[in-house]
Design a protein around this ligand. Structure first.
Ligand code: SAH
Length: 219
């Protein structure tokens, strides 16, 4: 049995269609992003016990104290990148891998970096199972970006930068590249967009904090 003929596929497809209607109602109008949201099986990226709730517009725990972002914030951030065709994208904070899959479904070539090795390993498997094996998953401190793979047309950060944008990420943008990143104090702040040397605030948001360096080692 492949992922495409699971018994609950029909239900999931209906839930995804309802989610896309809700995203439209809430102002997402980028058709490429909406198409990606309609395509990626979000239920595969959450705890199997919570699969029934996968399409609710709520953050959900994914282990290691982290959360999968809500559908709205994933769609809004992807749309805010205004990606060119065949964009090269860096995601900081792989988490479940869902956001990376959505970017890949938008046609981007995606590199995603996660500081928790166990999350990175699980995301790798989920992305493979969901048909997004092309996404590259790396374990490390995403605040340093990926200098050897730069420049990027889009960089999206999915954890809250504390007070300022990580300088390394700005340096790794292509000339017309766009960085979308939450900035704040602790978990509360604002999603901002940085391009052509200027930063604008987009919307108030809550995210888990962006943490520099390696995680505490597993015991
Ligand atoms: N995009 C994810 C959301 C993940 S939540 C999804 O769709 O599921 C944010 C993630 O950022 C967490 O997994 C957290 O471990 C990770 N993170 C925090 N600081 C980081 C850093 N410096 N480098 C890489 N990942 C980081």
């Amino acid at each position: 049995m492949t992922v495409h003929d699971r018994p609950h596929d029909r239900d999931a497809e209906r839930s995804r269609a309802a989610m896309v209607d809700e995203l439209r109602r809430r102002g997402i109008d980028d058709e490429r992003v909406l198409g990606a949201m309609a395509a990626v099986p979000r239920e595969l990226f959450v705890d199997p016990d919570l699969a029934d709730e996968a399409y609710a517009d709520a953050p959900m725990a994914i282990g290691s104290g982290q959360t999968i972002s809500t559908p709205w914030i994933v769609a809004f951030s992807a749309a805010a990148l205004s990606l060119p065709d065949r964009a090269r994208v860096l995601e900081v904070g792989t988490g479940s891998g869902y956001g990376a899959a959505v970017l890949a479904a938008c046609g981007a070539s995606v590199l995603t970096v996660e500081r928790h090795p166990e999350l990175a390993e699980r995301a790798r498997r989920t992305l493979d199972d969901a048909g997004y094996g092309d996404v590259r998953v790396r374990t490390g401190d995403g605040m340093a970006g990926a200098p050897l793979d730069a420049p990027f047309d889009g960089i999206v950060v999915t954890a809250m930068a504390q007070h300022q944008l990580p300088a390394a990420l700005i340096e790794q943008l292509a000339p017309d590249g766009v960085l979308v990143c939450p900035i704040g104090d602790g978990g509360d702040g604002e999603l901002v967009r940085h391009r052509h040397g200027e930063t604008e605030g987009l919307v108030p948001v809550r995210f888990v904090p962006l943490v520099p360096g390696a995680p505490p080692s597993r015991t």
